[in-house]
Design a protein around this ligand. Sequence first.
Ligand code: CU
Length: 274
Amino acid sequence: MLKRLSVFLATLFAPAAALADFPKSWELNLQPPAGPLAEQMVNFHTMLLWIISAIVVFVFALLVWIVIRYNHKRNPVPSTTTHNTLIEVIWTVIPVIILIVVAVPSFKVLFSQGRIPEADMTLKITGYQWYWGYEYPDQDGISFNAYMIPEKDIDPSKGQKRLLETDNEVVLPVGKIIRVQMTAADVIHAWTIPAFGVKKDAVPGRLNEAWFKIDKPGVYYGQCSEICGNGHSYMPIKVRAVTEAEFTAWVAEAKTKFSHNTNFTNPVSVAEAQ
Ligand SMILES: [Cu+2]
């Protein structure tokens, strides 16, 4: 029992450098951020949590006070006041101030997501019913598909996770600005890795763009986040973040394993094309 508790506490307070970011049992908060975008989002979320908690406590205290102080027994003759200019100004101005305080960091997060910085490399992602296709235009157009490993083939002793493991994993270097371009071949899907702070719809006939930077090497998981048919829950996303040297080695190996094309031209960014 004690051992179980200590394991539970250890996972609860595990340092953010934990090797794999995936949903865990009894988890309450967001996954630990693995890059600057996710970090910004987690900070914003924490700030919101403090604000809403304060509002809940305040409103609840008001209610309790009114129930106790102004009930029929203690206050048999109710006041007939209907207007109080000062109080009306206060309960208009304070919420406005709270909204402004919330809006500023909210727009900051939104803009840093939407403005794609000068990217070090691009990953092109295509959603299919029900798997993901990946292309590396900067690495001679290495391309492969990633299918979920079915539950019967999952080996928990290797740390494999049910409904999250894929046959081919997306390998990406840490410390690089990665631009992702998403589209879909059939219906709308959405690609996400919560720990990177990225989630974007993959829409047929459209090219959506997002970016992220991974700070810590490790394995990160996500799942299709736009209901796309009966295989929606069976098209997970697995990313392995490695050092630059390891990435170079993987690229060399991937070229022998997957199809690629040395004449592949790097697609221009959506912003550049406009
Ligand atoms: Cu999907």
